[in-house]
Design a protein around this ligand. Structure first.
Ligand code: ZN
Length: 110
């Protein structure tokens, strides 16, 4: 009886903002899902930006050579370049970061 009373007292002493662990886990899950969504959205924006940058290259008639950050192989980037074809290095097969490529193109356009 003494013990039960003690437990009840402890239960009562819990702070008002106490969140049960299972709810906390669910909240964390929702937060992670939201972050994941934001990441995907960011990536989508990046691809759109790359398309825009390539359009600008086309408008200016620029042809650039981007060197693969992994093997250094030259990649021709011009107005006819499709974003899908510059996602992977044709020489070493490494993935090419759209953000790196976008920054590279931007440095020539600015
Ligand atoms: Zn490469």
């Amino acid at each position: 009886m003494q013990r039960l009373r003690e437990e009840l007292r402890q239960l009562h002493d819990k702070p008002a903002d106490f969140t049960p662990p299972e709810i906390k886990a669910r909240e964390l899950e929702a937060q992670t899902a939201a972050e994941e969504k934001a990441k995907v959205r960011k990536k989508a924006i990046m691809v759109v930006d790359l398309n825009k940058l390539i359009e600008q290259l086309s408008a200016r008639g620029f042809t650039l050579t981007y060197n693969c950050s992994h093997c250094g192989a030259p990649l021709r980037i011009d107005g006819k370049t499709k974003v899908d074809t510059v996602k992977v290095c044709p020489n070493c097969g490494s993935g090419i970061e759209a953000i790196d490529l976008a920054k590279f193109i931007e440095s020539y356009l600015s």
